[in-house]
Design a binder for this molecule. Structure first.
Ligand code: ACO
Length: 428
């Protein structure tokens, strides 16, 4: 079977043959299709990249119809059950699970890079008391990058690994300091005896005790949530990381941009919106009326439902739902759970949602867990950003080393005015 596509341009009657590779044609192969000599050549119009592969990637595989998610070939369910966040981060960044000595070295390096330059506390002090922690996170990542001017040497392997270790290590400190600043508590410093997730909980919740030891079930739950959020191929924030990184800026600046993309309510901000929605619904009895409003298309969406890629139950949501029950064993049940379960039950039976293949996504239950663990809502996207940091860095590194990649620069279809003369203000 020839792996080609034959295209006839009915404007000119000419026929072209373009190669098909991996079920894809190269958009630039269409440029030879011209109406006349002056024509720029045929382009594709694909707002929001609904059907455009912008890279080749060997990091994360998603089958949205079957609800499959794999990191480097390993199913997310196995990683959630058997791995740790740092091991998974290593897998994403390096392509293989680490040996014991590799894991020890990686864990040691991350653990020993968690301290922030004290000057960065002054950046936090510049924020108002009620500044959103995600805004602080984004700014702090950018400010952190200025501490390491050598980070711009992105094609130097050792230098790149050093920055990757630093970023993975310091995002938990930045996130925790942002939280402590928000609630007016003194900063708690990292404790190298603790695991990555334990250390984060230590910096968030430690008060006067000399040694903070989080509840193992809560530390485990957080670690699983970080694993589930670690990568999700070419989503909005990861594409941002790649696009900004394609200008060859340092990874801190690219990561700040990626975090900004994540902040939006249609992306990582959705878990926060889910809690707001459940609180507003208020009780199980109000669920049918709310669903009616959503279906009426009055601009109300069922937050935590639907996904650009998954047209089946998001496999992460399944795991998170299970984790939620484990966390509630320790914290007591989140009273919003009953409303969430009722929403899910009704939506999964309702023709509107069934027809559109709208299922719970990763954000539907994660907020309930974070809230039960006593994280304020504003912190939810920050927690997402911590987990996604390893994925952003893995994708950034892959992009840098990909010979096919250049600076990202989409085309446009110009719809503005044809050339015209400037009119003096008196004549307008
Ligand atoms: N509630 C109600 N209707 C919805 C929802 C929803 N959550 N999501 C999609 N729809 C409807 C749309 O109105 C549209 O209906 P129509 O065909 O009658 O116009 C149809 O389903 C298709 O939806 P699109 O908006 O075309 O789907 P798209 O792929 O562009 O959007 C998105 C995906 C942004 C996630 C969307 O489902 C949404 O807004 N969900 C709520 C926000 C959310 O939970 N975001 C988190 C995503 S996961 C993540 O980022 C980690």
């Amino acid at each position: 079977m020839p792996e080609t596509l034959t295209i006839t341009d009915n404007r000119t009657g000419k026929t072209y043959e373009v190669p098909i590779k991996d079920g894809t044609i190269r958009a630039t192969d269409l440029r030879q299709i011209k109406f006349d000599e002056l024509d720029f050549g045929l382009m594709t119009y694909d707002p929001a990249f609904m059907n455009t592969a912008a890279c080749r990637s060997s990091i994360t595989f998603i089958d949205g119809d079957r609800g499959i998610l794999e990191y480097r070939g390993i199913p997310i369910e196995q990683l959630a059950e058997k791995s740790t966040y740092l091991e998974t981060a290593y897998l994403l960044l390096n392509g293989e699970l680490p040996t014991q000595s590799q894991l020890d070295e990686w864990t040691f390096n991350v653990t020993h890079h968690t301290i922030l330059n004290e000057k960065l506390k002054l950046v936090l002090d510049a924020f108002r008391y009620n500044a959103h922690p995600m805004g602080k996170f984004i700014s702090m990542i950018s400010a952190l990058g200025t501490m390491y001017p050598e980070a711009k040497n992105i094609f130097d392997y050792d230098n790149r690994q050093k920055q990757i270790q630093r970023i993975v290590a310091k995002v938990i400190t930045i996130a925790a300091f942002g939280y402590r600043h928000m609630v007016g508590m003194p900063y708690a410093y990292p404790d190298n005896d603790l695991s990555y997730s334990e250390n984060f909980l230590n910096m968030i919740f430690k008060t006067t005790e000399t040694k903070y030891k989080p509840h193992p079930a809560l530390a485990k739950a957080l670690d699983v949530l970080l694993i589930l959020h670690a990568d999700h191929e070419q989503n909005c924030s990861t594409s941002t990381m790649r696009v900004v990184g394609s200008s060859h800026v340092d990874p801190y600046s690219a990561l700040a941009a990626a975090a900004a993309a994540l902040y939006g309510p249609l992306h990582g901000g959705a878990n926060e919106e889910v809690i707001r929605m459940l609180t507003e619904i208020g009780s199980k009895d109000n669920v049918p009326a709310f669903i009616k409003k959503v279906k009426a298309g009055e601009g109300v969406k069922l937050m935590g439902f639907g996904h650009r890629v998954y047209k089946n139950y998001d496999p992460r949501a399944k795991i998170i739902k299970q984790v939620a029950y484990e966390v509630f064993e320790v914290t007591g049940k989140n009273p919003l759970l009953d409303i969430a379960l009722e929403l899910e039950r009704i939506a999964l039976e309702d023709e509107y949602f069934v027809k559109r293949k709208l299922y719970p996504n990763v954000d539907f239950y994660s907020g309930l867990i974070y809230q039960a663990m006593k994280f304020p809502m504003d912190m939810f996207p920050v927690l997402f950003a911590i987990g996604r940091t390893s994925g952003w860095l893995a994708q950034w590194q892959e992009m840098l080393l990909d010979a096919d990649q250049k600076i990202s620069r989409p085309r446009q279809i110009f719809t503005g005015s044809p050339r015209r003369d400037y009119k003096p203000i008196s004549q307008r």
